[in-house]
Design a protein around this ligand. Structure first.
Ligand code: ADP
Ligand code: MG
Length: 458
């Protein structure tokens, strides 16, 4: 036998391949390369420290046994990463935010960011009404809802919608005079004007004209106008003069008008003249849709279980959803490693803390329920309707819906393409049984516990 390390490795790889499924093999074993064999230590080059860690915890003994069998002596392996992932991740974290795309750099005088459009705003129950109101205003500025007041927590899309209104009006009427300003910048402009003593009439006029000649004023984060006496006064006049001449005003805030306690009452009451709409945190489905859209914008492929993991764990803030997506895509590009649930868990460990994490996937639910009822996993998707199979399947549907907050349509997809009414029926049936049968209730709780235990610890 030719004992070059390449040949030894080739025989070992053939053995390894027999013991794992093809995806695992392609992902984790194909990129390994033999380096040397010295003093019964077989050195293997692996793409990065993350690979090394993975192999070490899961396959080290297996590989050592296979090599020992081939070489007829006790072999240990030494994994040599080609790249240090920790360093790579650090370097990702320290990468300065890339310059804005050209379109965004061209932020015009009106400060409107061309990137934020209605088209790129994913709609869901939490933001549908806000989006519809913004579209109505964009199509008919100054006519329907004036002012439009949008409020909601951080990172839920208020600024995005504000710019989308601006972009829409601009494309319909390129001559329209629109200005986007944060309450903060309005305030600091005002302060600057007065800082060097009393401004001249001309300076004051130009400040006033800048705002009062607009067709549409978009003011972001009005809560920052709080406690800013002088500029509140000025804002009040700007508001009135635009309002009187039927020019559109759109305002965003992190809280509803009545909670803006530090803003003068006369301003608050004006905010309430028009329409106020809130944006709530997105539900699971919307989070999934946003992630899918951003992934396709970024042209990266993200496996479904990874999308589900992120959507299930980052709940309150779309900016964080976006941030985690960018982080994992940067990682994947820089390390040339495909994204897997395992690698993503490590990458996002600072954002998603393991104790809070709901790592549950539909497949884990299906597995746990199938095991409990002694049926095949594939029966979860099969067409069989015997009670022995249909009942556990209904339980798994119910658990997918309640533990993962999935829609009936999405659940149907995971169960062999079943109709949403079938899923609905299943969920109702199980829910009723839980409510009426304490033994069944206990059993379901036990299954849930098992599912949670099956969560791979990070
Ligand atoms: P806010 O102003 O409410 O704090 P932003 O408008 O800045 O939030 O939104 C944060 C990020 O999330 C932005 O990059 C925005 O494009 C994105 N985003 C928010 N809501 C959506 C949505 N419904 N669809 C797509 N992207 C969204
Ligand atoms: Mg904002």
């Amino acid at each position: 036998m030719d004992n070059s390390i390449e040949n030894i490795w080739k025989s070992a790889v053939d053995k390894i391949r027999e013991g794992v499924n093809p995806e695992t093999f392609d992902l984790w074993f194909a990129p390994l390369e033999p380096l040397s064999l010295e003093n019964a230590v077989f050195s293997i080059s692996v793409p990065n420290t993350y690979f090394a860690e993975w192999i070490k915890t899961r396959q080290k003994e297996n590989i050592e046994k296979i090599l020992s069998d081939i070489l007829q002596e006790t072999i240990s392996i030494d994994l040599k990463p080609r790249r240090d992932i920790a360093a790579t991740i650090e370097s990702i974290e320290s990468v300065p935010i890339p310059p804005l795309p050209l379109a965004a750099q061209g932020r015009q005088k009106d400060q409107i960011n061309p990137k934020y459009l209605f088209d790129s705003f994913v709609e869901g129950p939490s933001n549908r009404f806000a989006k519809a109101s913004c579209e109505a205003v964009a199509k008919n500025p100054g006519k329907q809802f004036n002012p439009l007041f949008i409020y909601g927590g951080v990172g839920l899309g208020k600024t995005h919608l504000l710019h989308a209104i601006g972009n829409y009006i601009k494309s319909a009427d390129p001559a329209a005079k629109i200005l986007y300003a944060t309450a903060e910048s309005f305030f600091s402009e005002f302060i600057t004007l007065f800082r060097s003593g009393r401004p001249s009439e001309k300076e004051i006029d130009s400040f006033k004209n800048k705002y009062r000649s607009l067709d549409c004023l978009l003011i972001d984060d009005i809560q920052f106008l709080a406690e800013k006496g002088g500029s509140q006064e000025e804002f009040y006049y700007v508001f009135n003069s635009l309002y009187d001449s039927k020019k559109q005003i759109v305002i965003t805030s992190d809280r509803p008008p009545k909670d803006l306690v530090e803003i003068e009452d006369r301003l608050i009451s004006r905010f309430a003249w028009g329409n106020s709409v809130d944006i709530a945190p997105p539900d699971f489905e919307t989070r999934m849709a946003i992630l899918r859209q951003k992934a396709s914008d970024e042209k990266i492929y993200i496996p479904d279980d990874v999308i589900t993991y992120i959507a299930a764990n980052i709940k309150s803030n779309i900016r964080e959803l976006e941030g985690s997506l960018l982080k994992i895509s940067a990682f994947s590009l820089l390390t040339e490693t495909p994204l897997t649930l395992d690698s993503v868990k490590i990458l996002l460990k600072d954002i998603i803390r393991p104790l809070e994490s709901v790592n549950i996937t539909v497949e884990m639910i299906q597995k746990a329920v199938a095991a409990e009822f002694n049926i095949e996993l594939r029966d979860m998707r099969s067409k069989k309707r015997t009670d022995a199979v249909a009942f556990p399947r209904q339980i798994a549907m119910y658990l997918s819906r309640s533990l993962l907050e999935m829609s009936t349509i999405a659940v149907g997809d995971f169960f062999g393409g079943r109709d949403h009414s079938t899923v609905m029926h299943a969920c109702n049936k199980i829910k009723e049984k839980i409510a009426s049968d304490p033994y069944f209730n206990a059993k379901i709780n036990e299954i849930i516990k098992k599912i949670k235990l099956a969560e791979a610890p990070v």
